[in-house]
Unconditional design. Structure first.
Length: 252
């Protein structure tokens, strides 16, 4: 069975709740178009905009959080728990994004705790991996990405694997305008699938692997033509409804 395509927008620290509401309303017909073409469509707003986006977006659209804590409650100032997200009917969470790894001490080991907590709550972790420019130029891409996958998914079962989504985002390509070639994207995503097989067995063939890093309407079709690239995690190009629409149209 072919893996279903997924287009996910990561809004990062952008959009007020009013702006998120406006976008969500405008995206309703897009969600219907995506559903008709068997494509999953989603966005990841800030915590403050999750509720309004979830309420105003079509039900067929995924609304994801950009992070969560692995504990259900406690003295963790500034954090948001999984039960809080579930109460708002948020069932997807992005973890391990390179910006969180760089600025907020998000380690693969910490992501492992979060992934296990999300799976225990029947939620979908979207786990990000990727190498820096220095690591890329040193030829350490597969060493770095392989370690991130193995540490992040340590202790998971084959059944757990069926509920995962992975995003490969070369850090040197995020927001820089530099693009990994389709050959690099396919090679690394194929390598990721092999490592996934080590970690979660046969379910690795069912796990969707997204590519992220300066994805635009002009290049998304080429990336998704790669056999091991099942979708895209998009930053800047997902912020405006026009470019978000074009992204979807290019992969239909």
């Amino acid at each position: 069975m072919a893996r279903r395509k997924l287009l996910m927008g990561n809004w990062k620290m952008n959009k007020t709740s009013a702006e998120a509401k406006e976008f969500a309303i405008a995206a309703k017909p897009l969600a219907q178009l995506a559903k008709a073409n068997k494509i999953d469509l989603g966005v990841a707003p800030t915590y403050l905009s999750l509720q309004v986006t979830r309420a105003k977006a079509a039900k067929s659209m995924i609304v994801a959080a950009q992070n969560c804590h692995y504990k259900e409650s406690g003295a963790y100032t500034g954090e948001v728990s999984i039960p809080m997200l579930k109460e708002m009917k948020i069932n997807w969470v992005i973890l391990g994004h390179s910006e969180r790894r760089a600025y907020d001490n998000e380690t693969s080991e910490k992501c492992n705790l979060k992934i296990k907590a999300l799976l225990a709550n029947d939620m979908t972790p979207l786990y990000c991996v990727g190498e820096t420019l220095e690591e890329f130029e040193a030829g350490k891409t597969k060493e770095v990405v392989g370690e991130q996958i193995r540490k992040g998914l340590e202790g998971l079962s084959e059944e757990d694997g069926k509920k995962l989504v992975i995003a490969y985002e070369p850090v040197w390509s995020i927001g820089t305008g530099k693009n990994a070639s389709t050959e690099i994207a396919q090679d690394v995503c194929n390598f990721i699938r092999k490592v996934l097989k080590e970690c979660v067995g046969k379910s690795a063939s069912k796990i969707r692997i997204l590519y992220g890093g300066s994805v635009k309407p002009e290049n998304i079709k080429a990336y998704l033509s790669c056999p091991d690239v099942d979708g895209a995690l998009v930053g800047g190009a997902s912020l405006k409804i026009d470019s978000y629409t074009k992204l979807l149209e290019e992969i239909i």
